[in-house]
Design a binder for this molecule. Sequence first.
Ligand code: FE
Length: 241
Amino acid sequence: MNLKALHDLTYGMYIIGSRKSNSLNAQTANTVIQVCSDPVVVSVCINKGNLTHEFIKDSGVFSVSILSRDAPLSHIGAFGFRSGRDVDKLKGVNYRVGETGAPIVLDYALSYLEVKVAKDMDLLTHTTFVGEVVAAEVLRAGEPLTYAYYHAIKRGTTPTTAPSYVKETQAEGVPAVVETKGEERPARMDKYRCIVCGYVYDPKEGDPDSNIPPGVPFESLPDNWVCPVCGATKVDFEKVE
Ligand code: FE
């Protein structure tokens, strides 16, 4: 069995918002699917350990913000690699409370849906919530962000709690290193991996989200530079061997 076949499945990228009483939370997900058109029904699959799962279970509502291709890794990662139990993920974020009471994250969203859950399906580690779309709006024109684009172009990573997480070996997870024909590769071109989220800083690419141009070695990044995916600092990076 070659689980790399799963990498050929295609998905979008979404911010899922929900509430429990007056508490609001949101998380990144790639698992939104339209399942019926009349009435309009969609589903989302959420890890049982996530705070958003607890909120959807409690309130029976969720919102879906459909992300644009220009969404930076920092925006996607802020909702994906931290728990709402530790931080207020909506602090400093442009959002509004929809008619279901769920928060709708507006930053980098092309459109949004609001959903009332009709059914949920227990899937061991995850739950699939299925529900009718009760509100929907297009916010602006643009290209939706796909999961493939997130991985290939933005070099984003997948938390182990995501339903689409596939365990990768280091060789599969890290782009190929340029061979230097017997010479020691200069230290300044070493790649560094974030131990929190798995993001790899490649000096050949730089970090466009933080205006770091290609060619800047990891060692020369400013001390206040942070992981564009999860916000971890430079001390949380280790050299990719
Ligand atoms: Fe990170």
